[in-house]
Structures are given as C-alpha cells and as structure tokens.
Design a protein. Structure first.
Lengths: 164, 350
C-alpha cells in the first residue's frame, strides 16, 4: 500500500491548500475554481481506495454539474474580474467552530464504525454491481430518504422560482 | 487474447500509450477538418475549397497551423490572465481524458475501465468548465454571453445523452466499452449470426437521441448558439488568438472525433466485425490481426458518423436559444426516459 499512501499524502496536501484558498481568495470565481481542485482531489482519493464508481460519480456530479451550475449562477449575477473587498461578512468567525464540530463528528463516526480495521493490502476494484447490490439491498431506506430530500429540494426550487 | 505488448517494458508501454493517445486525438481531428470542413462544405456550396497547398489542398492544414503558431498570443488588458490562459487547456484535457477509454481492438486499448461509458460521460463534462471560465476571464460581454449559453446548452443536452446511453447499457448488461463491442458482435439478429447485433437497430431511438445530443454537445450548427457569429462575434472564443485559439479549434474537432468513436462503439459495433464471420465465439479467440484491422474499422465508422454530424451542420440554420432549451427538456428527455422504460421491460420479458 506504500504507493497509495504517497499518493494519498500528495493529494491530501493539495486539497488542504486548495481548501484554504477557497476561503481566503478575494474573487468569487477563483474560489469556485479552487473548490473544483478540492473536489477533484476527493475523486482522486476514491480512486486510491479502488472505488472506481464513486470516483467517477464524484467527477460527474460535483465537477460536471454542481460546480458548473455554481459558476453559471455567479457569472449570471455578480462575478467581477479582479479582487472584491465585500466578500467577507460578520459570520466569518463562526466557520471555525462549525468546521471543528464537523471534523469531530465525522472522525468519531469513522472510528466508531471501522475501529482498527485496515484495508486489505491489494485492494480489489469495487464493481458497480456490488455498489448497486448494497444500495438497493441493505441501504435501500437511506437511499429512499436521500431521494426524498432531493425531491423536496427540487419542488422547493420550483416554488421559489415560479411567479404565479 | 495474445499478449501483443508482453515483451515491451513498462516505460516503453507508457510511451506507446502516450503516442497512441496523441495519434488517436490529432489524426481524426486533422482528417475531419480537411475532409469535411474544407472539402465537403466547399462541394456542398459549389466551390472547390483550398487547392493551392499540396495536391487538392491537402497540405492546407499545415499552412493553417503554421499561421496560427506565428500569431501573437494576445491577452486582453483587463482579462484575468492566468485563468484566460488556462481555459483552452482544460477543454483539450477533457478530450484527451475521453479518448483513454475507447477500445480500438481486442488488445489495442489504453485502459479497460469496468465503468467505461460512465467515465466517458463524466470527463466529457469537464470541458464545460473550460468554456465557462474562458467566457468569464475574457472580460468581454460577448464572451461571457457565449460562455453562459454554452454552459446552459451543454448541461441541457448532457441529460438526454446520458439517458440514451442507459438504453445501451441495459441491453448489453455492462458499462465496459470493450464488453459492449463484444456483446454487439457476438450476438445475432432474427436468428442470423452474420449481421451480429448492432444496437443501431434495436436501440434506434437511443441512437437518434444520442446523435442529436452530441451535435449539441459539440456546439455544431444547428446548435451553435455559443459561437453564433452573427450575434456574439464568436462567443467565448472572441478574445482568443494564436495558438490558444488553435487549441480550442483542435479541441472542437478532436472531441467530434472521439464522440463519434464512442457512438460507433455504442451503436455500430466499434472495432469489431460480427464474430461468426471468422468463427470466433468470444473475445479470447479473436485473432491478433484485429489489433491492426480494428483501428481502421473504427476509423471508418467514425468518419461515417462525423459525416452525418457535418452534413446536418452544413444543412440547417441555427435554432433560437429558447427553442434549443425547449427541444432538450420537453422533447428529447421524455423520449429518452420512455426509451429506457421500454428497453428495460423488453429486457425482462425476453
């Protein structure tokens, strides 16, 4: 696993730098592009974990759809070239405790469920069939719940956007 | 499968792959530009096209490339220079990432991803990012409008494309492009082995939707609103000149070639011929010479599909922006969904 570990650290450092640039850069579009680097790094980490399907979904959904819509929205409304001074607001400090709470919560969830369990040395590529067997088998209820949340979001967007 | 590359060391194999990738991207792009853009368009308009450089103007392309390379690399004063320079490279990068999964023969392939077609659809959407930031960083309202139009169009037509592909995936039972090729060539239709089972026939609706969607994804007329020279100068490319424009230009036609290759893999049987012609029953029995004949067969099918794309491009006037969006969301997507439903019902019944 040594090659994967080196790959992990290179990508992880890159992601951390890019994530810091997302919140420190003074241009909206630059922030969005740094976020693309973070999301692409996450896709790279999935590939190192031999999770091909999840990695490609990450690229398709986050880079191909979410970030494009993000950029589309900001360019349509306000996206000047050059530095902007009014990007920070008074809730800036609140981000630090929220980030810490998320870190602790996710770290706890991971260590509680996996503990000292290690990945096998020669990780086998997880096939799409296995992924779908899991989603439509034991994880069907969470999957339904998630799609319900998404449906609610779509309906909400339509309600907000319709004038009559 | 005979081990064609067994004696070559890893670095040699990698070099071979890089060179192969360059050939697989640049050769179709050059051929498409010369055969279709220069010659076919000219003949359709009752003129000769380029005739001076080389026999029948066949060296015209090298003259054009030389011209572009000599031009000054201009960045507008108020543009965001770093992103402005990065944008064309992102567009070309997505083309190179795309060609990686296309199989050209039983062993002649770059990588054999289990999720091949899914990967292709994912990386093809990266080019939207390049086009958007090209439009934004030019600091030009025509460029920005072109970029926004391009993004809106590519998002709208990516959906019917994905949905059309799902029909093929259901029928083949796999997302691996190599296995999709094998499934088409080892199948039979109406009990006749000699024709194989090209999904062009059984997935005809999917094929038509896929062709319309790639026409729009490649921003070829009648879907060329992002460029729309009579409205937007030349859209997101307005401020580009010299070799950065050349990269956009190569990217456009190379992507046309790669999308045509993917279409021929999905619907026309890719590199293969019906296996029953030579008595093969599975991919392991396919003879070694198919590694050399396969790319040629693939190239022929690609040219056939690009011919259809270009034929439509030179024949129809541009749609209006709202017609374009309505056509995708109200026309193509419902038909594609119905196609998936019918395909899956038939798959379960038979």
């Amino acid at each position: 696993m040594i090659a994967q570990n080196i790959g992990f650290w290179i990508i992880a450092v890159l992601m951390i730098v890019a994530a810091l640039r997302v919140v420190t850069t003074n241009n909206v579009v630059h922030a969005a592009l740094w976020l693309v680097v973070v999301l692409a790094g996450a896709a790279g980490q999935y590939i190192l974990l031999a999770a091909e399907f999840v990695a490609i979904t990450q690229v398709l959904v986050y880079i191909g759809a979410v970030m494009v819509l993000f950029l589309f929205g900001t360019m349509l409304t306000r996206a000047r070239i050059g530095a902007e001074s009014d990007l920070n607001n008074s809730y800036k400090k609140l981000g630090i405790p929220v980030g810490l709470i998320m870190l602790v919560a996710m770290g706890l969830a991971l260590t509680r469920s996996f503990g000292a369990e290690k990945l096998p040395d020669s990780a086998k590529v997880v096939s799409t069939q296995e992924v779908s067997d899991q989603i439509f088998g034991p994880y069907l209820l969470p999957f339904w719940a998630l799609s319900f949340v998404l449906l609610a979001a779509v309906v909400g967007a339509i309600v907000l956007a319709r004038k009559d | 499968m005979s081990p064609l590359l067994a004696e070559i060391p890893y670095w040699g194999e990698s070099l071979f792959r890089v060179l192969g990738g360059l050939v697989a991207v640049l050769l179709p792009a050059g051929t498409i530009v010369y055969v279709f853009l220069f010659k076919m368009m000219s003949f359709m308009q009752s003129r000769l096209g380029p005739m001076e450089a080389g026999p029948y103007g066949s060296m015209q392309l090298f003259a054009e490339v030389g011209k572009w390379l000599q031009k000054e690399d201009i960045v507008p004063e108020r543009a965001d220079a770093r992103i402005f320079k990065m944008a064309p490279i992102i567009v070309l990068l997505s083309t190179f990432l795309l060609v990686v999964v296309v199989p050209f023969g039983p062993d002649a392939l770059f990588t054999d991803l289990e999720t091949g077609i899914f990967y292709a659809l994912a990386v093809s959407s990266i080019s939207v990012l390049g086009i958007l930031i090209a439009g934004w960083s030019s600091a030009n309202k025509y460029s920005l409008l072109g970029g926004l139009r391009a993004a809106g169009q590519l998002i709208a037509y990516e959906l019917p494309m994905v949905l059309a592909v799902i029909g093929v995936v259901i029928q083949a039972g796999t997302m691996n492009l190599q296995k999709i090729v094998v499934a088409q060539n080892s199948g039979s239709m109406f009990g006749i082995d000699a024709v194989g089972h090209p999904y062009l026939i059984s997935q005809f609706v999917g094929f038509v939707i896929f062709m319309i969607a790639i026409q729009a994804e490649l921003t070829q007329a009648p879907f060329d609103m992002p460029i729309a020279e009579s409205e937007l100068v030349s859209g997101y490319m307005t401020e580009y000149s010299g070799f950065r424009f050349l990269i956009f230009f190569i990217g456009e036609f190379a992507t046309a070639g790669v999308f045509a290759m993917i279409a021929s893999v999905l619907f026309l049987g890719g590199w293969g011929v019906p296996f029953s012609w030579f008595g093969w029953t599975s991919i392991d029995e396919v003879d070694n010479w198919m590694n050399f004949a396969g790319p040629l067969i693939m190239f022929t099918k690609m040219m056939l599909i690009v011919f259809i794309i270009m034929w439509i491009r030179f024949s129809y006037p541009r749609l209006r922006e709202d017609q374009l969006q309505r056509f995708a969301w109200k026309g193509l997507i419902p038909v594609a969904l119905a196609n998936i439903m019918v395909t899956s019902i038939l798959k379960v019944v038979f």
